[in-house]
Design a protein around this ligand. Structure first.
Ligand SMILES: NC(=O)c1ccc[n+]([C@@H]2O[C@H](COP(=O)([O-])OP(=O)(O)OC[C@H]3O[C@@H](n4cnc5c(N)ncnc54)[C@H](OP(=O)(O)O)[C@@H]3O)[C@@H](O)[C@H]2O)c1
Length: 289
């Protein structure tokens, strides 16, 4: 191959790459404008930051759903004061009788849901499995799994009727492998990621997109009580921006921060059990043994 051929191929490759990046950026720029985005767990942490960012910076119409109505009212007011569109919806994922009313109320205000961000979840407070009561185990399963899955199903049925929509599940890097003090929480997140992957295949031929988000440590009330080091901790605001970009680009899955997803967790994922189990035990035993 002559130098000229190599040079022309390189220029062609760079031009195509730039065109691809430009196309994706323009396609995702206005993705949320005027869309009805329903966010579960919008009263705190990542859900709250997402709601504020989407309503004020991306011109989405946001349904803020959770149980703490006072907190939601305050967030809604601050969004509206900044010129954004938001409404408050009561939703308790542990009580499926609240689901239909929540959906009716939200569609009455903003029309059919375009994007569902299934974000609400509880964790097991950094406790190991045997320290958790049956009630604590049940609460994590009811909220993160049963409630979340039933609610996704309900919204999805409407999206299928509308022939379009986007379901975003906030899972966790903790769902990649069994981790100490993350037992039941990690199990619910692994199950959610698995479910969303199945949906992605089943709905491949439709206009319904499915995105799974795997965040690392994010500075929210959920992880305040945890004793172990929170590596590469990010603010909820940064997380909200990263999630927004991933959803707008219609990514299948997105894990962050980059180092946690591509270095730490990738390394951990492929370690054989014979190394993984004693290594994790050695590194974390002082927190639970
Ligand atoms: N923070 C992290 O480091 C981290 C890392 C990976 C993944 N995540 C995931 O990110 C998501 C958000 O977590 P976060 O850190 O922002 O937590 P957070 O600040 O504790 O917020 C949790 C939200 O879930 C809502 N919620 C809890 N139980 C509910 C129920 N029964 N029905 C309806 N809503 C309920 C809470 O609202 P009410 O109490 O008002 O109902 C709250 O708005 C979760 O899925 C979490 O697993 C977080």
């Amino acid at each position: 191959m002559t130098t000229i051929t190599v040079f022309v191929s390189l220029v062609l490759f760079c031009s195509l790459l730039s065109l691809y990046i430009w196309f994706n950026k323009t396609r995702s720029f206005d993705y949320f404008r005027n869309k009805h985005v329903f966010i579960t767990g919008a009263s705190s942490g990542i859900g709250k930051s997402l709601a504020i960012y989407l309503a004020t910076a991306k011109s989405a119409r946001v349904s803020l759903a959770a149980r703490s109505l006072n907190k939601l009212e305050d967030i809604c007011k601050s969004i509206q004061e900044k010129g954004g569109s938001a409404q408050v919806i009561y939703l308790d994922l542990c009580d499926s009788s609240s689901f239909t009313k929540a959906l009716e109320q939200s569609t009455k205000g903003f029309g059919n849901i375009d994007i569902l961000i299934a974000n609400a979840a509880v964790n097991n407070d950094g406790l190991c499995f045997t320290s958790l009561s049956l009630e604590q185990l049940d609460k994590v399963m009811q909220t993160n799994l049963r409630g979340t899955i039933l609610f996704i199903h309900l919204v999805l049925m409407n999206m299928m009727k509308d022939n379009g929509g986007h379901i975003v599940g906030i899972s966790s890097l903790a769902g990649y492998r069994g981790l100490p003090m993350g037992s039941i929480y990690g199990a619910t997140k692994a199950a959610l990621s698995n479910l969303l992957e199945s949906l992605r295949i089943e709905l491949y031929h439709t206009n319904v997109h499915i995105t799974t988000i795997h965040p690392g440590f994010i500075d929210t009330p959920a992880i305040q009580g945890m004793k172990h080091p929170k590596l590469f901790l990010l603010s909820a605001e940064t997380a909200a921006k990263k999630i927004t970009n991933a959803v707008a680009s219609r990514k299948y899955t997105y894990g962050f921060p980059w180092v946690m997803e591509h270095i730490v967790m990738r390394f951990i994922r492929y370690l054989p059990e014979t190394v993984f189990v004693p290594l994790l035990y050695f590194l974390t035993r002082k927190n639970f043994a």
